[in-house]
Design a protein around this ligand. Structure first.
Ligand SMILES: CC(C)(COP(=O)(O)OP(=O)(O)OC[C@H]1O[C@@H](n2cnc3c(N)ncnc32)[C@H](O)[C@@H]1OP(=O)(O)O)[C@@H](O)C(=O)NCCC(=O)NCCS
Length: 127
């Protein structure tokens, strides 16, 4: 995802607000998760997040999101955030976040839990 940082996104010092960056991280991560699973997902967690360098008004903010691992009903997405100076193209890693998204498809969850219960009974019946 690429966006230009506009004055409306910035604090009085002319740097993008941390909350705006967090919002964009959530959106970029969710897009990666949804494109991977094609399922409804909610954000369950965002690991420790740091802002290493400011991004100023007029710079580009670039977010690269990728699914790092898929678990049973959850997955982890890594989002790297870069600033890019529009005139020079100089890029700088400003944040790295790991998000966990969880599927909320209740019907499939129930089917899985029922299948697990059936499997346990099936295996218990073995001689
Ligand atoms: C996230 C949520 C669906 C988890 O529901 P839950 O019934 O407690 O989840 P379960 O214990 O059944 O675990 C389901 C999966 O979620 C994962 N999970 C649950 N809470 C988690 C957390 N805080 N961090 C990371 N993973 C989490 C579990 O590890 C499990 O993954 P797996 O199936 O791949 O092993 C639920 O807490 C929720 O709806 N939260 C609000 C989400 C939301 O509104 N987000 C928007 C921002 S506020």
């Amino acid at each position: 995802m690429v966006q230009v940082v506009l004055p409306n996104d910035a604090n009085p010092l002319g740097f993008i607000l941390g909350g705006t960056v967090m919002h964009l991280i959530d959106i970029a991560g969710a897009i990666a998760g949804h494109r991977h699973t094609r399922s409804p997902l909610v954000t369950a967690a965002v690991d420790d997040l740091q802002f290493l360098h400011p991004i100023k008004v007029g710079d580009l903010i670039i977010l690269k999101a990728r699914v790092t691992c898929v678990f049973t009903t959850s997955l982890e997405v890594q989002v790297d955030v870069y600033s890019e100076a529009t005139l020079t193209g100089e890029r700088c890693l400003t944040s790295r976040a790991f998000l966990t998204f969880v599927t909320v498809k209740k019907e499939e969850r129930r089917a899985r839990e029922e299948a697990c219960a059936r499997r346990a009974q099936r295996l218990a019946r073995r001689v």
